[in-house]
Every structure is written in structure tokens, then in C-alpha cells.
Write a new protein. Structure first.
Length: 371
């Protein structure tokens, strides 16, 4: 649909014989666009023109640099899980902020380059156009493309080698940066650490010297049996630096009534201490914190998609989209009477993943307990 019904619309043969500039002008006329002002920003080749080009190229080169840093960090940063007590934990903790910051900086700098290109290099123009509705005709689309390319020609993009190079570098880095997260899973081997691979290890794992990890409240207070009344539930964390922030570590500690009948899952006999049972707080659907405990029925509810798990039934899901029970943490008391984890979970915490339950041949102790 054209904006100027009085104009003679050329047929396809005539369009083919027209130059790009003629088609650009035709496009404006068809759209009812009038140029009120038009002109180069600077005299081509003048010092001001070169300064503007360097300014724009600087943004694109910075975008390319940050894109490259993002790719290198994504591939080479030692992002494997480090326990909270490890002195290398900060390296692990920096990984996510670094890839976020570098990718964010790449996009931001690329955007600044585009804005700067429009303000400093593209010809200055003020145009007035009447509104129209609906999709554009073929002729409008062709003439618009010609206009865009013609503007690029007039801005001298082709002759500005530095600008073209920096724009291609930034665009390339941004494109590769967008692909890297998709391809990353094919580059990294999540099982490189074998039995210590991050999906299977949480801060509840005993320290290398065998020290067992205490259960603490959010303020760091260690937990002992007398802190809980029968029928109550308490959220606890591993008592190690950063334990309360670890995404896979939050645990619900239940003190069930002593007359409760509880189903113990195969392979998890002795995981409880008396009437105390500890289950992961991380929903096995997509990882929200399971929080709402109904004491009478023994059900805990995940607020995200309403999965319910029954503590009396070994924390098996009884409603909602979750399909796996909440992993149980084996617990006991230490010499001072505080709760500790006897060892780490024996199954993966949180949402399912492809290899969950299908373990590599080298792994001799399957972590998935049978139901
Ligand atoms: S994350 Fe818990 S039900 Fe979806």
C-alpha cells in the first residue's frame, strides 16, 4: 500500500532498470515521505569525519573484545563445583557473574555502537511521512531495501575500513556469543570429575578429613533434638561457609510424632535419627523450594506447580508434576549432641537431568536409590 495514490507505480521491468538511488527516491515518494532536511554529518575524509569513525569503531571493538572474553570465560573458566569450605570456592562463585557481565557488556557496547553510528555517521535527515495501515506492497518493500542500502552508500560505510571491520568483529562476536551457551553442553563434559561431578555433590559432603557437616539454622545456630517439638519442621543448612546460599543444600528437618508410621525407602534404612527425618527442600520438578508442611497428613507442598510429597511415604510425590521423591539426607548426632549429615545425599538433588538414573559405565555406586 503506498502513501501517495497519485504517483505512477512502476512495473517490475521498470523497477529492474532503475538504479538503487532512483528506487530509494521512488520509495520515499511512494510512502509520501518528504525530506525537510538532509545532509552529511561531516565532510567525508575531514578530521571530524575520521574522529567520528574512530569513535563508533571504538564501541564495536569493545563489544568484540567483551564478546571474546565471554566466549573464553564460558569455555575455559574452571567452573566446576567447589565445596563451600574450599579455598577455591570463590573461583566457582565468580563464574555466573562473569558470564553475565561479559555477555551483558557485549550487548550493551554493540547497542552503543549502533546508536553512535546513527548519530555520527549516517546522514542527518528530517523526514515527514503520512501514516498508513496494513502490510506494505512488494514495491514498497523493494524500495525500502534500496533506501537502506542507499543510505549506507551515502554514509560511506564501504569506504570506512575500520568501521566495517569493527562492525563485523562486534557482530561476529555477538553471534558466536549467542551460540556458545547452546554449544557449550557439547564442549564440556559434566562427568569430568567422575563421582565428584557437581550434579552429585552438595555442601553436605564431609570434608576431605572426614569431618561431618553440622545442620544449622539460617543464622548459623547448630540444631539439636530438643530444639524441635513433635510434629514440627525446620529448614536447615550445612554449617559451612556459604552453606546457606548453596542452591542444592537447603533441607527440611522433620520431627514426626513417635506413633507415626513411616515408609523407609529401599537402601535408605537408618537415614533417620529416631523420629527425625531430613529431606531435600529442592523440588524434584524444576527446583523450587518445597515449603508448606501440613502436619496432619505429612504432606509438603511446592508452591510453584503444586507438587505434594508425603513424608510418611518416604517423601514420594503424591500430587502434581514432580515424579521423583525428595532425596533423604542421612543424619546422626555428633559428640556434642548436634545434628550432622552422616554423608552426602545418595541421589541427585533437584530437577531431573538426562543422565539421572542412567549412570556412566565407570560409576560403580549408583546414586539413585530404588523406591
Ligand atoms: S517446581 Fe515444584 S512443582 Fe514445579
Amino acid at each position: 500500500m503506498t502513501g501517495n495514490p497519485n504517483l505512477q507505480v512502476p512495473d517490475e521491468d521498470e523497477l529492474r532498470t532503475m538504479s538503487r538511488e532512483e528506487r530509494a527516491h521512488l520509495g520515499m515518494a511512494l510512502d509520501g515521505v518528504e525530506l525537510a532536511e538532509y545532509g552529511e554529518r561531516y565532510v567525508p575524509g575531514s578530521p571530524a569525519d575520521k574522529h567520528a569513525e574512530r569513535h563508533v569503531a571504538m564501541w564495536f571493538l569493545l563489544a568484540a573484545l567483551f564478546g571474546l572474553i565471554f566466549i573464553l570465560v564460558f569455555i575455559f573458566w574452571p567452573a566446576e563445583y567447589e565445596p563451600a569450605y574450599s579455598d577455591r570456592q570463590w573461583i566457582y562463585a565468580l563464574y555466573t557473574p562473569l558470564i553475565g557481565l561479559t555477555l551483558g557488556a557485549t550487548i550493551l557496547l554493540f547497542g552503543l555502537g549502533v546508536v553512535s553510528l546513527a548519530k555520527k555517521i549516517m546522514p542527518h535527515e528530517v523526514a515527514v511521512q503520512q501514516r498508513h495501515v496494513g502490510m506494505s506492497d512488494e514495491v514498497d518493500r523493494q524500495t525500502l531495501a534500496a533506501q537502506v542500502l542507499d543510505t549506507g552508500d551515502k554514509a560511506g560505510i564501504k569506504r570506512r575500513g575500520m568501521l566495517m571491520g569493527s562492525l563485523l568483529a562486534a557482530g561476529g562476536a555477538l553471534g558466536v556469543a549467542a551460540l556458545v551457551p547452546v554449544l557449550g553442553g557439547l564442549i564440556k563434559n559434566p562427568w569430568a570429575e567422575r563421582a565428584d561431578s557437581p550434579l552429585w555433590v552438595t555442601p553436605w559432603a564431609p570434608a576431605p578429613d572426614g569431618t561431618k557437616v553440622r545442620m544449622v539454622q539460617i543464622d548459623g545456630t547448630p540444631v539439636k533434638p530438643a530444639d524441635m517439638t513433635a510434629g514440627s519442621m525446620m529448614t536447615v543448612f550445612p554449617g559451612v561457609p556459604g552453606g546457606a546460599k548453596a542452591s542444592d543444600a537447603a533441607v527440611m528437618l522433620f520431627r514426626l510424632r513417635s506413633d507415626s508410621v513411616v515408609r523407609i525407602r529401599d537402601g535408605q534404612q537408618g537415614f533417620q535419627f529416631g523420629d527425625f527425618y531430613a529431606f531435600s527442600k529442592i523440588c524434584t520438578h524444576v527446583g523450587c523450594p518445597v515449603s508448606l508442611y501440613e502436619q496432619q497428613t505429612g504432606r509438603v507442598l511446592c508452591p510453584c506447580h503444586q507438587s505434594q510429597f508425603n513424608v510418611y511415604e518416604g517423601a514420594f510425590p503424591v500430587f502434581g508434576p514432580a515424579t521423583r521423591p525428595l532425596p533423604q539426607l542421612p543424619i546422626e548426632l555428633d559428640s556434642e549432641g548436634y545434628f550432622v549429615a552422616t554423608k552426602d545425599f545418595i541421589e541427585a538433588v533437584g530437577p531431573g537431568f538426562w543422565e539421572n538414573g542412567k549412570f556412566p559405565a565407570w560409576y560403580s555406586e549408583p546414586k539413585e536409590a530404588s523406591g
